[in-house]
Write a protein that binds this ligand. Sequence first.
Ligand code: HEC
Length: 119
Amino acid sequence: MRTHFALFAAGLAATGMTVLLVAASAGAAQPDPAAGKVESVICATCHGSDGISVATDVPNLAGQHYEYLVQQLIAFKGGTRRSGVMNEMVRPMSLAQLRNVAAYYSTVPITVSATKAKN
Ligand code: HEC
């Protein structure tokens, strides 16, 4: 994970995200999935209370990798990933809150079944 963050930091350093990323890679306090569940109430409108989204144009978050979720949330916050909705959603959130919600969604257990033909 550290290497991954280092690569990520290198990629984003040019965009002025250095301070946020230093905090991300410096091993801040462990993320808290229980706190993240509480903080994710505002996300549930679209992503569902358990991370299974309520609409087909909103991605599921349940069971997604923690590192991936944190990276996307940091990218939304820094504006390197653009989404009108998501850029606004994460604007008021701290890095600790982003890590907490990522921890919550990543720990929602999911089951994947054998592929079914759709047509
Ligand atoms: C109003 C609806 C809405 C709300 C509320 C919302 N999201 Fe999203 N979210 C979206 C949409 C739509 C996308 C797809 C964005 C895109 O097109 O890149 C998305 C994308 C994401 C992604 C990227 C998923 C991926 O597979 O790359 C993450 C992570 C995420 N949201 C987390 C959150 C969190 C955490 C919250 C609450 C703080 C939240 N969202 C609130 C609509 C919403």
